[in-house]
Design a protein around this ligand. Structure first.
Ligand code: DON
Length: 571
């Protein structure tokens, strides 16, 4: 295999079947290059990860092999969110059987976790305890998840797929402007814990584009995983390092918790929208259920009356999102601990009753439509990647440390960041998490339970043929980003690039605010929305959508969100 170390040469030498230059203006901001691939394609948030994926395709790997190599590579080159110390979800299609399944590798609460673990003796939530440091971490699921994808569907050697990432950590890679800025922005937090400071600020200097980041401890851990499979992480030296870090920094994850961690295959959420079949993540993610609710609420509307991003459309989208999010906090949680009424929430009669609450030109009031959510301070640090190949395999992976750089704590000796996913539980009923999401009893902390998520890796099939693979980061906004992408692509007939570029709007029921991306909407649009009764607020650009399109002739193309620094590649 030509994978280790030589990813950049490999990427540059890749043949491309058809290349259409929409604008030949290299170096300009609005370069539009659409490439079509006939063997396989991928879209990721980091150019090095995309190049690694191309290398795996070039070696004859399938979409699952690529997904495994990219998952580990992002843990090295995109440490904000790429991870082995976090967890996530994958929605996948096996091209040979046509089966579509959802893999849950979400973190779990440690067995010593309990409902009031983030509260003091008077019941007050202790600030920072569920977001920073060892106690904020759930038992990581990523390594078990990637191992499961490979065991079931991979075709190349595991050692080699993991080995690419290990050698990148070992010999280092050139930091780009995006990562340099991100590390510098988080310097204060990343130097709070000694092992983290040593890893990311070894000599205390600010990062500059062109510097090399070497992560020797992480390399050792990745070599251990390459040699030992998931046991190379959940047992032995790496597990001991995790236990020691827990002991030193006040965490509660034990060797037994690590040994007991298991992924779960689940039936995806499946619903019809127009003539399409859409598959997304079921609980413990709320993503699939609410994506389904939003699209089903909007399905009967005649979109030929609207242009994309017109106030009439934004209003309807906002009302549908409000209704969907009103259901979220009350009903959604880990289905192994709480009876989630998935079928009822997506039932046609229920959706029709809810749709009757939507008025075409008047904003409803969130106070009238049910319990649930509050303000959503934003961080962009989950990451999604999409992969597909000519054999009909489709892989949508969204995985995360939760906040940027997770708990900010690197496991001493093992070189990877731990998640702060425990904050996705209701730390106390009524107290909002990092994303302003307030949970009910359904999402309370219980030992070995998975915390509620919004991640929405999604596959779209058209008449049984693969059509789209997509997903995004953004906390609660993930759901509306994915819903808008599907509507822009299918109803407004946009290209992949237009789809990912579109301005975004978001409403999550409470607070009763319609968020608009800053600087993207005209005064007219804003005034009309205000006239309809919406309270609007502008937000910095958010999320980092990764979308692939499989055309009817089987050629594959895609687009990576211009808000991030990701790329599309293929073979
Ligand atoms: O699982 C979830 O829904 C969150 N932990 C995702 C966090 C996220 O997307 C951060 N990026 N904005």
């Amino acid at each position: 295999m030509v994978m280790s170390g030589s990813y950049s040469t490999r990427a540059l030498s890749l043949p491309v079947s058809v290349m259409v230059l929409a604008a030949l203006c290299l170096g300009c901001a609005n370069v539009e290059v659409t490439q079509y691939h006939d063997r396989g394609a991928l879209a990721t948030a980091a150019p090095i990860a995309t190049a690694v994926g191309e290398g795996v395709f070039a070696e004859g790997g399938n979409a699952f092999d690529v997904a495994v190599a990219v998952g580990f590579t992002l843990a090295v080159v995109h440490p904000q969110a790429g991870n082995i110390g976090g967890g996530g979800f994958a929605v996948v299609r096996d091209g040979s059987s046509g089966a579509i399944e959802a893999l849950d590798f979400r973190e779990k609460a440690p067995s010593a976790a309990h409902e009031t673990m983030y509260q003091d003796s008077t019941g007050q939530v202790i600030e920072g305890l569920s977001t920073v440091g060892a106690l904020a971490s759930g038992v990581p699921g990523t390594v078990a998840g990637l191992y499961e994808l490979w065991s079931r569907h991979g075709s190349l050697a595991w050692e080699e797929l993991v080995g690419v990432a290990a050698s990148l950590a070992d010999t280092g890679f050139v930091v780009d402007d995006y990562l340099a800025r991100s590390l510098n922005d988080y310097k204060l937090e990343l130097t709070e814990f000694e092992p983290t400071a040593r890893q990311f600020f070894p000599d205390g200097r600010q990062w500059q584009a062109g510097d090399r980041l070497i992560q020797s401890d992480l390399a050792k851990t990745l070599y251990s995983i390459a040699a030992g499979g998931k046991d190379g992480f959940y047992t032995g030296t790496v597990a001991e390092y995790i236990e020691q870090t827990m002991a030193s920094f006040g965490g509660v994850i034990t060797a037994e918790d690590l040994l007991a961690y298991e992924v779960i295959w689940r039936d995806p959420i499946h619903f019809r929208f127009d003539s399409l079949d859409i598959y997304s993540m079921p609980p413990p993610s709320s993503g699939g259920v609410h994506l389904g609710q939003i699209l089903k609420l909007l399905e009967p509307y005649d979109f030929s009356r609207f242009t994309a991003n017109s106030p009439g459309y934004i209003h309807l989208f906002c009302e549908a999102s409000r209704l969907a999010f009103a259901d979220r906090s009350e009903h959604l949680a880990d289905p192994d601990f709480h009876d989630v009424p998935v079928a009822r929430l997506l039932d046609g009669d229920y959706i029709a009753l809810r749709r009757a609450l939507i008025s075409p030109e008047h904003a409803s009031s969130s106070g009238e439509v049910g319990p649930g959510l509050t303000a959503s301070p934003e961080s962009d640090q989950t990451t999604h990647y999409s992969v597909c190949d000519r054999d009909g395999n489709m892989v949508a992976v969204t995985y995360t440390l939760n906040a940027s750089y997770g708990s900010k704590l690197v496991v001493e000796g093992a070189g990877f960041l731990l998640n702060n996913e425990m904050d996705d539980f209701s730390v106390k009923p009524g107290v909002p998490n990092l994303y302003g999401l307030v949970g009910a009893a359904a999402n309370r902390i219980e030992p070995n339970k998975r915390m509620l998520s919004s991640m929405s890796p999604t596959l779209v099939m058209c008449h049984d043929r693969p059509m789209l693979v997509l997903g995004a980061p953004g906390g609660g906004k993930i759901i509306t980003v994915v819903a808008q992408a599907i509507l822009n692509f299918t109803r407004f007939k946009m290209s992949p690039l237009e789809t990912v570029r579109q301005p975004r709007v978001h409403h999550q029921w409470l607070p009763d605010v319609l968020y608009l991306e800053q600087g993207q909407f005209s005064i007219d649009v804003k005034q009309t929305l205000i006239r309809y009764g919406h309270t609007i607020e502008e937000r910095d650009p958010y999320s980092d959508l990764q979308l692939l399109h499989i055309e009817t002739d089987g050629l594959m193309t895609g687009a990576s969100d211009p808000r991030g620094r990701g790329t599309v590649g293929g073979y």
